[in-house]
Design a protein around this ligand. Structure first.
Ligand code: NAI
Ligand code: MG
Length: 495
């Protein structure tokens, strides 16, 4: 085993300092002084603490965001663009530091944080920096009278952003990039499991010179900090990523002042492998679809449907690959899969694996004991089930762990029916060498993103988001920007 990378000086120093909430440009404690422990999921050790915002802190943050809104909205677009670009640049410059923070907070392998989370987050601030100067209205042409009629695109106002723990820094970018570009101010609530990179980002926001109150960061729990933000009468929009049941609560909480809401919720995505697929491509793609980020991906393509004649060979070979994945601490250079994010998540995922076994699914990999050195952390082996039935819990509910369910289908129609047999509709993968089939099936699958002969591709410029119970409103691309803008129509009588 390779040795674990040493914690960098600036990371230890960051962990050693007591961090506050970012409200109105000031770092402040929660009013009642509450803090919560931050745990390294690879060891179970408490590594630092973070402030636990309560309703009055959220109220302070919303007030600060409201006060900052007119100034931010009216700042010359090039100036706003410049700040977004600088934030993106600083994130890239501090990639090693951010990657270590993500790894010790979330558990993910350092190499993945460096290859995916950090560069994509940096890119998307730069991508949205480009939009700031290109937000344009329209001129209308009424069919009567003599009027100058035009439509202005204006920011919706104060945005509450509530994010999960699976891509902590990246999710900050998903929400902050388009909202800041649109001219909104933001109150960001990171997940209680992973507050560190957002706290570091808060420091950068101040360092690069965002006006006070444009970005406010309130670390804390769902009930204590998230719920009051979702219900706050002076928040104009909530953008949320997380569990669909939490999304439902947010819709409920938003109704008092009819907030705009966009929701990126869970999934139960299908990966469909036809017997004409390039086998190596399909295996590698499926492995990534199911196991990337310890399976803790909203887009995880964990329901794997393989065409009949190929199923046994495919499931065996997927299980072989699963067995060979090196599970260990994310800081260890040899690690290919880190721990799950928390003890709670480990228990949840183990519960699903148990339920699959009890329901009669056959386990092909995942049973081998873990190395004794991993006992303190929240590790689980990559698991492959076959002989799964459509009504099993493991086939219906989002597991959010490294668990694949391999089933089979006979023809295209059955593949589509199985793929769509879920209340969710976030994503899907198709593996085939038949171009016509690829496009036919892509059109018939009920999901917001379909990948063909690949899986899990993301880019700042390309929108993604769900159908059905996976939510509404896109992330990324121009579509996300539109969600933070509203149209004002002006009629001027020229007669
Ligand atoms: P969650 O939906 O409870 O948490 C996500 C965020 O919402 C966190 O910041 C949390 O503090 C906040 N939150 C929780 N309750 C809230 C409320 N009533 N009002 C406002 N904000 C609230 O997800 P959790 O509990 O962390 O994970 C449970 C399961 O949810 C996972 O096992 C997974 O299946 C799913 N999940 C899906 C994600 C996705 O990207 N689709 C991300 C995280 C979790
Ligand atoms: Mg929850």
């Amino acid at each position: 085993m390779a040795t674990a990378q040493a914690i960098r000086g600036e990371v230890s120093e960051f962990l050693g300092r007591e961090h506050g909430l970012l409200i109105g440009g000031e770092e402040v404690d929660a009013r009642d002084g509450e803090r919560f422990d931050v745990v390294n999921p690879a060891t179970g050790d408490v590594i630092t603490s973070a402030p636990s915002a309560g309703p009055s802190d959220v109220d302070d943050a919303v007030r600060a965001a409201r006060a900052a809104f007119p100034g931010w909205r009216d700042l010359p677009p090039t100036r706003r663009a410049d700040l977004l670009w600088r934030l993106g640049t600083r994130i890239a410059e501090l990639a090693d530091e951010f990657a270590q923070l993500e790894t010790i907070d979330n558990g993910k392998p350092l190499g993945e944080a460096l290859a995916v989370d950090i560069p994509l987050c940096s890119d998307l601030f730069k991508y949205y920096a480009g939009w700031v100067t290109k937000i344009e209205g329209q001129v209308g042409t009424p069919s009567f009278g003599s009027f100058h009629t035009y439509m202005r695109r204006e920011p919706v106002g104060v945005v509450g952003a509530i994010i999960p723990w699976n891509f902590p820094l990246l999710m900050c970018g998903y929400k902050l990039g388009p909202s800041l570009a649109a001219g909104c101010t933001v109150v960001l609530k990171p997940a209680e499991q992973t507050p560190l990179s957002a706290l570091r980002l808060a420091e950068l926001v101040t360092e690069v010179g965002f006006p006070p109150g444009v970005v406010n960061v309130v670390t804390g729990f769902g009930e204590r900090a998230g719920a009051p933000l979702a219900a706050h009468p002076d928040v104009d929009k909530i953008t949320f990523t997380g569990e669909h049941t939490t999304g439902q609560k947010i819709v409920e909480a938003s109704k008092q002042n009819l907030k705009r809401v966009s929701l990126e919720l869970g999934g139960k995505s299908p990966t469909v492998v036809f017997d004409d697929a390039d086998l190596e491509t399909a295996l590698a793609g499926t492995q990534g679809a199911v196991f990337f980020n310890q399976g803790q991906c909203c887009i995880a393509g964990a329901r794997v449907f393989v065409q009949e004649g190929l199923r046994d060979e495919f499931s065996e070979r997927l299980a072989e690959r699963a067995r060979s994945i090196r599970v260990g601490p994310g800081l260890d250079a040899a690690t290919e899969m880190g721990p799950l994010v928390s003890a709670e998540q480990l228990e949840r995922v183990r519960g699903y694996i148990e339920s699959g076994r009890e329901a009669g699914a056959r386990i092909l990999s995942g049973d081998d004991p873990l190395d004794a050195s991993l006992a303190g952390g929240y590790f689980v082996r990559p698991t492959v089930f076959t002989d799964v039935a459509a009504d099993m819990r493991i086939m219906r509910e989002e597991i959010f762990g490294p668990v694949a369910m391999v089933g089979s289908f006979s023809d295209e129609d059955e593949a589509v029916a199985l793929a769509n047999d879920t209340h969710f509709g976030l994503a899907a993968g198709i593996f085939t060498r038949d171009v016509g089939r690829a496009h036919r099936v892509a059109a018939r699958i009920e999901a917001g993103t379909v990948w063909v002969n690949t899986y899990g591709m993301f880019d700042a410029a390309i929108p993604y988001g769900g159908f059905k119970l996976s939510g509404f409103g896109k992330e990324l691309g121009r579509e996300a920007l539109e969600l933070y803008l509203q149209t004002k129509t002006v009629w001027v009588d020229l007669s």
